[in-house]
Design a protein around this ligand. Structure first.
Ligand SMILES: Nc1ncnc2c1ncn2[C@@H]1O[C@H](COP(=O)(O)OP(=O)(O)OP(=O)(O)O)[C@@H](O)[C@H]1O
Length: 693
């Protein structure tokens, strides 16, 4: 037989199995539908039953409906590409691997879930350690149809002549396929070094490092799916938090998890970690560096001790014919004493009221023959409405945003900063907070708001308890069972504190690449990170990924040059896929940059099938957007260097690379990120004829 007819014959074999699987899935679906309908009917009937029975039936109905809905949802999410692998072992057994486990009516295995231990050889077997696997087959399908297969022969000697072997390299085939707007899952082609990290135990801290494109993000997400499958009880209840660098990034990866059947996962960018906030705006690198560093904490701590701008600075009260007065100085002393107490400010209002009353009594006592005893004065004044009104405005319950917006007043900030910040820093920060309420917080501000929330303490509850129950996860800082931090090299110390607060009892997966770091003080960040992850004694395992699956070898060679001086060779990955297409460097006059970008985008759109990213310095994003406005908005995206973190495109137009370097506080690291976003083609538009010298 010719190679094509062998392939076709083998595809037909797999199609047969897929048909059986999908027929079975249809049966399971039908059963689930029946169960759901029955559950609904139960509910309907229950209305007429006695209360006692009703409760039991409602429960049963809920379980049934929930269970059925869950099954239906999972089946729908995993329908596409349900079966993607097959193993033929020395025992003569054939095993199919897929997104879900499927059994036939007799409970025999039709498909093994990829996360089950039995599926591990699909990812871990190599020619050197074949784990009894003779042939590993990757099955590619669309809808219910097998479109291609790819085999790896791991034990050539054990193969009998009836066993066909077709194709070469499912991985390479997958890597050259065009990219869409969202990240794809890599379930069918996970490599061994990746699989070990995915299947590492849940406990303690699992650290995954690797250069650009080594699959860190993909691995982290598949690890989440794995943990939820293996430790559903532990992980499912309190959930998993995945923290990524930007909103663009979380939207890019958002499709991967649900398609793997997982929905007890919270996906948040650094600007959304605190409930109810959604910051996307970035400060300049210089401002962000101050806001991210621990010195800012000292400023915040001092700021909340200051009287609010609109607090009265005198208390006058007439009692039993006498005027009692606390002046600014007295009030400041009382405020200070209350702040030195044990409770955070938002829980100290009662303490503040008591301290004011004591201070009033001291004034009264000084009169010599005051017409009331201490006890009388405390009780009487404590019940007076004018006194209460004073307390409410003098000791306000503060919202984090109030405090931060207050620091938009340069004078207030200078007082809170003392000697901690330089004048320039005070000016810059005050500027950045001047219209905080209108503009909303920046990404870096969110960590400060979260810190303030903790420093201020939770205000006493007003609502009834039952209402609080309905609130989803709010204020539950320590609740998550597992936290994944992606692009971890970029978290500032303040951000580590914010994320750490959510994982007091969590286990962690921390993913990053030190060479791509945009954070200027790595030592401080390292310490904050160690604390966030539970201290130096936490169980810690490390995995390094070495192969760059994203960039062509030609593109990565250019990126490599840019960081050659600042990175060690062992920190840089190996790009294995060659396209024969060298990156194009276009040198133009400053006034022609936009035209050149336009031209390059059009050219690349014609040459690649998927997406084209335009990456510029932050200051140039707007003009680049204008330049490409009107050209295929579906496929063309414009981002700045920082925003490009974690993303990928089939082709990239990189604009004025030297600007990315000058804008960053870490030299060429952000440029390195930008240079490693393209899978197929890269065009650099520069005004510097010597670049990249
Ligand atoms: N085993 C694999 N099979 C197929 N594709 C893979 C595999 N591993 C990684 N990839 C692909 O390589 C690309 C890079 O993966 P990913 O974004 O996870 O890398 P990363 O290490 O997080 O990169 P960076 O640090 O640059 O953000 C993605 O398109 C991903 O789908």
């Amino acid at each position: 037989m010719s190679e094509t007819s062998v392939r076709e014959a083998e595809i037909a074999v797999e199609q047969k199995h897929l048909d059986v699987v999908y027929a079975r899935v249809a049966e399971i679906r039908d059963d689930a539908e029946v169960m759901r309908t029955k559950g609904d009917q139960l509910a309907h009937g229950a209305r007429n039953e006695a209360v006692f029975e009703q409760a039991a039936m409602l429960f049963e109905r809920d379980v049934m409906v929930r269970h059925a809905t869950q099954i239906l949802r999972t089946l729908d999410a995993e329908h596409e590409g349900l079966v993607f692998g097959r193993l033929d072992s020395t025992s003569g057994e054939t095993q199919y691997v897929g997104r879900l486990g499927v059994r036939d009516g007799n409970f025999d295995n039709l498909v093994t879930d990829w996360r089950a231990p039995a599926a591990a050889p699909f990812y871990q077997a190599t020619a050197e350690y074949p784990m009894d696997v003779i042939r590993r087959r990757v099955i590619r399908s669309t809808g219910k149809n097998v479109v291609d297969i790819d085999d790896d022969l791991l034990m050539p000697d054990a193969r009998d002549e009836t066993m066909a072997v077709v194709g070469e390299g499912a991985l390479m085939a997958s890597l050259t396929r065009a990219r869409g707007e969202n990240m794809r899952d890599i379930i069918a082609t996970i490599q061994k070094e990746q699989d070990v990290a995915i299947r590492a135990p849940w406990r303690g801290v699992t650290e995954i490092t690797g250069g650009p494109g080594t699959g860190k993000t993909a691995v982290a997400l598949h690890r989440v799916a794995y943990l939820l499958y293996r430790d559903r009880r532990r992980m499912g209840g309190s959930g998993v938090l995945v923290v990524g660098p930007s909103a663009a990034f979380t939207s890019y990866i958002s499709r991967v998890l649900p398609s793997m059947g997982e929905d007890s996962v919270e996906l948040r960018s650094l600007g959304e970690v605190m409930d109810g906030t959604k910051a996307v705006r970035n400060d300049s690198a210089e401002v962000a560096a101050v806001k991210g560093s621990l010195i800012i904490r000292r400023v915040l701590k001092r700021a909340i001790r200051e009287a609010p701008a609109d607090a009265p600075d005198e208390l006058r009260i007439v009692y039993r014919g006498q005027v009692l007065k606390l002046e600014a100085r007295d009030l400041a002393a009382v405020r200070k004493a209350v702040h030195n107490g044990r409770r955070p400010p938002n829980q100290s209002r009662v303490d503040a009221a008591e301290a004011l009353l004591e201070a009033l009594w001291r004034k009264a006592d000084a009169f010599g023959d005051f017409p009331a005893s201490r006890a009388e004065l405390l009780t009487d004044l404590g019940e007076r409405l004018d006194f209460h009104r004073f307390v409410v405005v003098w000791w306000q319950l503060l919202d984090p945003i109030d405090v931060l917006a207050g620091l938009g007043d340069r004078r207030r900030l200078a007082v809170a900063a003392g000697k901690v910040l330089t004048r320039r820093q005070v000016d810059q920060l005050a500027d950045s907070w001047a219209d905080l309420r209108e503009r909303g917080p920046s990404v870096a501000d969110v960590a400060l708001l979260d810190e303030l929330r903790m420093l201020l303490g939770r205000p006493p509850r007003r609502r009834r308890r039952s209402a609080d129950h309905a609130a989803p996860r709010s204020d539950n800082y320590d609740e998550f069972a597992h936290i994944v931090v992606d692009e971890a090299q970029d978290l500032s110390p303040m951000q580590w504190r914010m994320v750490g607060r959510r994982g007091k009892y969590a286990s962690w997966t921390v993913v990053g690449d030190p060479v791509q770091s945009s954070w200027p003080d790595p030592d401080e960040a390292r310490r904050a990170r160690t604390t966030a992850l539970g201290g130096p004694s936490t169980e810690h395992r490390r995995f390094g990924l070495r192969t760059n699956y994203r960039n062509s070898a030609e593109i990565f060679a250019l990126a490599h040059r840019v960081v050659a001086d600042i990175a060690e060779e062992r920190e840089l990955p190996l790009a294995v896929r060659s396209t024969g297409q060298e990156p194009l460097i276009t040198v133009v006059e400053p006034e022609s940059v936009d035209t050149a970008v336009q031209g390059a985008v059009r050219e690349l759109l014609a040459e690649v099938q998927g997406t084209v990213g335009v990456i510029t310095s932050a200051s140039r994003v707007d003009s680049a957007r204008a330049a490409v406005a009107g050209i295929d908005a579906e496929r063309v995206k414009v981002v700045d260097g920082l925003e490009s973190k974690g993303l990928e495109y089939d082709a990239v137009v990189l604009v004025e690379p030297t600007e990315l370097v000058t804008e960053s506080l870490t030299g060429p690291r952000t440029l390195y990120v930008a240079l490693t976003r393209a899978t197929q083609r890269l065009t650099v538009v520069t005004t510097d004829p010597a670049w990249p010298a």
